[in-house]
Design a protein around this ligand. Structure first.
Ligand code: ADP
Ligand code: MG
Length: 581
């Protein structure tokens, strides 16, 4: 057995580096955050071989004094924190004083810096923890740090690196996260001599989203903000069709810091569930602004996890902000006219996602003529009430497989899913009645009797009031039987037995929910249960009636569960299918 001895400083730093420096992208994150903390307005990242061979970050920030350079590479040395009390209100991105020391212990680092006003700059080199001497150097104002051969002397770490392409992509992704949220700062990335990303200091959030997500996705994002010094939020949410199964396009930030947390992601899913299919995540930028003393970011060395003093309030705000944004989204306006409406010839038709977002402000407010939402100054799609097919007028569509309704529309063909449409129609109509406190109820001539256990009976009666607000009238009928006396008039297809089972199930799963949340869950379920199914045979008048009800929806792109109500195939799509393009 060996005797106990204190570890060499370099080894200590290398072990600590394991927590901070996982791969080149961790270096990008730390160096760029330092540049931001230094007040830089322009930050350049240069990489070779995905940052494995070389990674350089250059900024025009405050710079480091020559005599402080060795300290910058010393662990637990920082200019951002003095004592433990400061930990309660951290305003900078860094504060642990670990990053540079860690990175310098696992790479060849060279750091050149010149504070503003200094006659000249200074440089310092460090090779895998062996720190050199400070030298005078010709340097621009600001700081320039070059990292070469990451993990070269640590084969055990090096072998976990992926290909240069993958590592480079991670590096770029980290820089883009920071570029999204740090307005007022320009960013530029070059990879193996090619410029791969660029935003200017005066580019706004929309321009940054365009640079990160692509023009097309960004053009269709809606913005919502909540001004509150205690809990501010600014968000931009992508259209439903850009949702994906992984959360890679979800960007959550807290006070300029990118964060990731399973609970926050759950709140996001909750907020978008009506628009995005189950199991999918939206394209999202969401920035929380909370006074530093109300949060704790000192949970993990990489600082991507957080604790909130008032977690419930934060989650609730995320959910309501997303819902509010989505409810006002221009996607609720039709891509090609209302579902049940007549489609008129329009030249220069553009699908909603091709329209610029700034033209759609307030798009969901109905115009004074009682027409449909008009996308602002964009005169291509002024849908007014006149365009809705009046009662009795012929609707041109074809039902396929008792599921899909095909209809020719300007610029292509639209396919509507009858179940999804009916579900959305039910939800919107019933919700409107519920909110107005006036659900049309249909009393059943013969109450429907359902056998339940005594326990279930008690549970159901406990929620009797909530059920009533939804138009469902229940009453005990003996010890183990419940009588359904009335159901919402709109949902004539509901089967009493399964309605009851659903309500019971929802009540059980949402014990902690507020009455409002419970009501909302039940609305969803009833809207779905009360809808025709795929494969249900409907006669033409019934289908026409469904389409007409669909013409009036505030939201007709997705069903209550986020699946699409309709799919548009453009002429271009058709031409491609037939190899005409
Ligand atoms: P932290 O950011 O937690 O303070 P770092 O190890 O990342 O720790 O950096 C150590 C110190 O070096 C910082 O506190 C800061 O004073 C200085 N520093 C690092 N990078 C820069 C930079 N780009 N510009 C100015 N100062 C910097
Ligand atoms: Mg730092």
């Amino acid at each position: 057995m060996n005797r106990i001895h204190a570890l060499d400083r370099i080894v200590v730093d290398q072990i600590a580096a394991g927590e901070v420096v996982e791969r080149p992208s961790s270096v990008v994150k730390e160096l760029v955050e330092n540049a931001l903390d230094a007040g830089a307005t322009h930050i350049q990242l240069r990489m070779e071989d995905g940052g494995i061979r070389l990674l350089e970050v250059r900024d025009n920030g405050s710079g480091i004094e020559a005599e402080d350079l060795p300290l910058a590479l010393t662990s637990h040395a920082t200019s951002k924190l003095r004592d433990a009390a400061d930990l309660d209100a951290i305003a900078s991105l860094g504060f642990r004083g670990e990053a540079l020391a860690s990175i310098a212990s696992v790479s060849r680092m060279s750091i050149m810096s010149r504070p503003h006003g200094a006659k000249h700059g200074a440089s310092l080199e460090c090779a895998f923890g062996r720190v050199g001497q400070v030298h005078d150097a010709a340097a621009d104002y600001g700081t320039r740090i070059v990292i070469e051969n990451l993990f070269a002397e640590l084969p055990a770490r090096r072998k976990f690196l992926k290909t240069a392409a993958t590592e480079g992509a991670h590096c770029l992704a980290w820089l883009q996260r920071l570029a999204l949220v740090h307005l007022g700062v320009g960013f530029e990335v070059s990879q193996d001599g090619r410029t791969t990303f660029q935003v200017h200091a005066d580019d706004d959030l929309e321009a940054r989203c365009a640079a990160v997500f692509g023009e097309r996705i960004a053009a269709d994002m809606v913005e919502v903000a909540r001004e509150d010094p205690q809990l501010g939020v600014k968000a931009r949410i992508g259209a439903p069709e850009t949702a994906r199964r992984d959360a890679r396009r979800v960007h959550l930030f807290l006070n300029g810091r990118w964060i990731r947390d399973a609970r926050l992601l759950r709140a996001v899913r909750e907020g978008v569930k009506e628009f995005v299919p189950i199991g999918h995540y939206p394209t999202l930028f969401l920035h929380l602004q909370i006074p530093p003393e109300r949060i704790d970011i000192n949970v993990h060395p990489q600082k991507t996890e957080v604790r909130f003093r008032d977690e419930r309030a934060v989650f609730a705000v995320i959910v309501t902000t997303l819902r509010k944004g989505l409810a006002s989204a221009p996607w609720a306006t039709r891509a090609v006219g209302p579902v049940g409406g007549q489609v008129q010839e329009r030249s220069g038709f553009a699908p909603s996602w091709a329209r610029p977002l700034q033209d759609t402000a307030g798009a969901n407010s109905f115009d004074s003529s009682g027409g449909f939402p008009v996308p602002g100054s964009n005169d291509q799609l002024p849908l007014t009430a006149n365009e809705v097919t009046p009662e009795g007028e012929y609707l041109n569509f074809l039902s396929v497989a008792n599921t899909f309704l095909f209809r020719p529309v300007t610029g292509g063909v639209e396919i509507i899913d009858q179940h999804a449409l009916h579900e959305r129609v039910n939800l919107e109509e019933l919700r409107k009645e519920v909110r107005a406190g006036a659900v049309m109820q249909q009393a059943l001539l013969m109450p429907a009797l359902v056998e339940v256990s005594a326990e279930e009976l008690a549970e159901l009666l406990e929620h009797r009031e909530t059920f009533l607000t939804l138009g469902v009238d229940l009453e005990a009928f003996g010890d183990t039987t419940i009588a359904i006396r009335g159901v919402p008039a709109r949902l004539t297809r509901l089967v009493p037995e399964s309605l009851l089972r659903d309500l019971l199930e929802i009540a059980r799963q949402n014990r902690a929910a507020t009455p409002d949340q419970l009501q909302e869950e039940m609305l969803f379920s009833m809207a779905c249960r009360g809808a025709v199914m795929a494969g249900d045979r409907l006669d033409r008048p019934a289908l026409e009636a469904l389409l007409r009800r669909g013409a009036d929806l505030p939201q007709d792109r997705t069903c209550a569960h986020g699946r699409p109500v309709r799919v548009f195939l453009s002429q271009e799509d058709l031409e491609r299918a037939f190899y005409r393009r």
